[in-house]
Design a binder for this molecule. Sequence first.
Ligand code: SF4
Length: 468
Amino acid sequence: MKEISAERLEIQQKIKEKIRTENSIVKQKPLAFVETYGCALNENDSEKLCGMLEDMGYGFCDRADAADLVIFNTCAVRENAELKVLGNLGKLKPVKKERPDLLIGVCGCMMQQAHIKEQIQKKYKHIDMVFGTHALYKFPEILDSARMGQKVFSTEDSEGEIAEGLSVKRESFPLAKVSVMFGCNNFCSYCIVPYVRGRERSRSPENILAEVSALAKEGFKEVMLLGQNVNSYGNDLAGDGTSFAQLLKDVAKIDGIERIRFMTSHPKDISDELIDAIASEPKVCKQLHLPVQSGSDKVLHDMNRKYTRSEYLSKVEAVRKKVPDIVLSTDIIVGFPTETNEDFEDTISLLREVRFDTVYSFIYSPRVGTPAAKMPMALDEKEIHQNFEKMLSVQNEISREKNEAYPGSIQKVLVEGLSKTNPEFVTGRTDGGKIVNMKGNEELTGEIVEARITDCKTWSLTGEIIQR
Ligand code: SF4
């Protein structure tokens, strides 16, 4: 895969230095507010935006109306998130009127859609910068133009290039997100991702390993390798045979990195080699997110998922055979256009059969330009909501029962920091990704401790540290 050339990145570097110098002579450090919507890949993009902002001499604040620069990094996967962004942009109109020097930018997947671009251009004239996912590396140039009073629209389609070496500001110590590939080739009929993030582009193994090695030197203990479908990692790398399973093994060789997680895996592409890597490599966490989306063959066909219910179940069986203690999670879409109540019951029976630890469930959201958006709806809104509620209650019971197996066991927990709800507690995760709350202080952050699990709830465990 072609990388953005050193010369083009050099230009951005020079602009960053120029803005940094300008910001260093003003009395007060300008403040940026960056809000992220959507998936972990988007969060990783925001970490890069914040890294560039820090390089340019910006500080950060947690309120849009208190900032000198506001950036919304958007998601196009569901309509609700889009409406929220548009609402937040609208709220900034009077703020901009009062403070014309406030700069407002909006970026990410939403901005790669023609109808949204048009809407922003027509109705949100107070926005200074609009840029898509492919223009992220050009952010210093975009910001510089906006600072000089120009409106910027940079939403060109992907040139199939990857920008390496961008600064990243991570707030997630001891965990770090590392994108290993971008885009998707699968065209599930409901999904906008292939249209807004482009085709699959894998980073080279050397660049990924260099990034993880640098993270290990900074003291990070866990990396989450990210891609829309990590199982097809490397398929687009001409002449390089590194598979995702091999990449996992190579990352595991890096001293200092204790845990490796990854997401997302398309069930049709999960290979025996990957299952073997999870089973045999101690640093690869025994956790797998395997989105099924529906338990009905008819709906899976209409979703263009390219597997059947029984093929999915065989994959789960193969994983559980080699990794019996695997913690499994999945995604479910309720109310896909062709889903009838009978199809929905197939999903319920699949949940009962597999007994996932966690299910991330969503009500279907039509996305302009996708094939599913043109399909007539089999169920009305009321029925879809009733089904959604039923699914939550079935799965909550299963999740709770799964967690009830933990009290009394000893778990290795990587402490992630103080609990957000109780300052006397720290929170961390087991190897399988279960959240554990334990009495302790901030100094434990980044340590893997042994904890005896004393209690459980539907979504978390409680434990006591028995060994540091
Ligand atoms: S695999 Fe399907 S659902 Fe996932 S990003 Fe690609 S098109 Fe979307």
